[in-house]
Design a binder for this molecule. Structure first.
Ligand SMILES: [Zn+2]
Ligand SMILES: [Zn+2]
Length: 95
Protein backbone atom coordinates (compact mmCIF):
# COMPACT_ATOMS: atom_id res chain seq x y z
CA UNK A 1 0.00 0.00 0.00
CA UNK A 2 1.22 3.43 -0.86
CA UNK A 3 1.93 5.83 1.95
CA UNK A 4 0.66 9.29 1.21
CA UNK A 5 1.89 12.08 3.36
CA UNK A 6 0.44 15.53 3.85
CA UNK A 7 1.86 18.14 1.52
CA UNK A 8 2.55 20.54 4.33
CA UNK A 9 6.28 20.58 5.07
CA UNK A 10 7.31 18.54 8.07
CA UNK A 11 3.76 17.53 8.78
CA UNK A 12 4.29 13.86 8.10
CA UNK A 13 0.67 12.94 8.67
CA UNK A 14 -1.11 10.60 6.37
CA UNK A 15 -3.93 11.91 4.26
CA UNK A 16 -6.73 10.25 2.42
CA UNK A 17 -7.15 11.86 -0.96
CA UNK A 18 -6.77 15.61 -0.86
CA UNK A 19 -3.06 16.11 -0.46
CA UNK A 20 -3.48 17.44 3.02
CA UNK A 21 -4.08 15.67 6.27
CA UNK A 22 -7.35 16.14 8.11
CA UNK A 23 -6.01 18.86 10.33
CA UNK A 24 -4.47 20.87 7.54
CA UNK A 25 -7.54 20.35 5.42
CA UNK A 26 -9.59 21.86 8.20
CA UNK A 27 -7.28 24.84 8.36
CA UNK A 28 -7.62 25.28 4.65
CA UNK A 29 -11.40 25.03 4.76
CA UNK A 30 -11.48 27.67 7.46
CA UNK A 31 -9.48 29.91 5.17
CA UNK A 32 -6.66 30.04 7.61
CA UNK A 33 -3.00 30.00 6.92
CA UNK A 34 -1.67 26.54 7.23
CA UNK A 35 0.41 26.19 10.32
CA UNK A 36 2.52 23.38 11.61
CA UNK A 37 0.60 21.09 13.88
CA UNK A 38 1.54 20.33 17.39
CA UNK A 39 1.71 16.62 17.68
CA UNK A 40 -0.89 16.06 20.33
CA UNK A 41 -1.15 12.38 19.81
CA UNK A 42 2.43 11.80 20.66
CA UNK A 43 2.84 10.24 24.03
CA UNK A 44 3.82 12.84 26.59
CA UNK A 45 6.74 10.87 27.86
CA UNK A 46 8.97 9.25 25.32
CA UNK A 47 12.02 9.51 27.40
CA UNK A 48 12.94 9.21 31.01
CA UNK A 49 15.95 9.77 33.11
CA UNK A 50 18.08 6.80 33.94
CA UNK A 51 18.40 5.88 37.58
CA UNK A 52 22.01 4.95 37.00
CA UNK A 53 23.68 7.56 34.85
CA UNK A 54 20.99 10.22 35.26
CA UNK A 55 20.82 10.82 31.52
CA UNK A 56 17.53 11.52 29.84
CA UNK A 57 17.16 8.66 27.43
CA UNK A 58 14.51 7.45 25.05
CA UNK A 59 12.20 4.80 26.43
CA UNK A 60 13.58 2.41 23.88
CA UNK A 61 16.84 2.59 25.77
CA UNK A 62 15.11 0.94 28.68
CA UNK A 63 14.47 -2.71 28.43
CA UNK A 64 10.87 -3.61 28.94
CA UNK A 65 10.29 -6.23 31.53
CA UNK A 66 7.31 -8.42 32.10
CA UNK A 67 4.02 -6.66 32.79
CA UNK A 68 5.21 -3.68 30.80
CA UNK A 69 7.36 -2.54 33.66
CA UNK A 70 10.55 -0.83 32.70
CA UNK A 71 13.44 -0.87 35.05
CA UNK A 72 14.98 2.46 35.89
CA UNK A 73 18.28 1.68 34.31
CA UNK A 74 19.12 2.25 30.68
CA UNK A 75 20.58 -0.58 28.69
CA UNK A 76 24.07 0.71 29.21
CA UNK A 77 23.70 0.92 32.96
CA UNK A 78 21.88 -2.38 33.11
CA UNK A 79 24.72 -4.07 31.29
CA UNK A 80 27.13 -2.30 33.58
CA UNK A 81 25.32 -3.49 36.70
CA UNK A 82 25.31 -7.06 35.45
CA UNK A 83 28.98 -6.81 34.84
CA UNK A 84 29.56 -5.58 38.36
CA UNK A 85 27.41 -8.13 40.15
CA UNK A 86 28.54 -10.92 37.90
CA UNK A 87 26.18 -13.50 36.62
CA UNK A 88 27.05 -16.70 38.47
CA UNK A 89 25.37 -18.97 35.99
CA UNK A 90 27.49 -17.81 33.11
CA UNK A 91 30.58 -16.96 35.05
CA UNK A 92 33.17 -19.40 33.86
CA UNK A 93 35.98 -20.26 36.13
CA UNK A 94 39.33 -20.28 34.58
CA UNK A 95 41.21 -23.44 35.17
ZN1 LIG B 1 -0.75 18.08 7.53
ZN1 LIG C 1 22.05 4.94 32.34
Amino acid sequence: MEMRICNFPECGRKYRSTGLCDSHLRQKKQGRELTPLRARNVKPRESKSCRGCGDEKALTEFREHRHGYRIGLCRDCEAESYRKTGDRSTNKRER
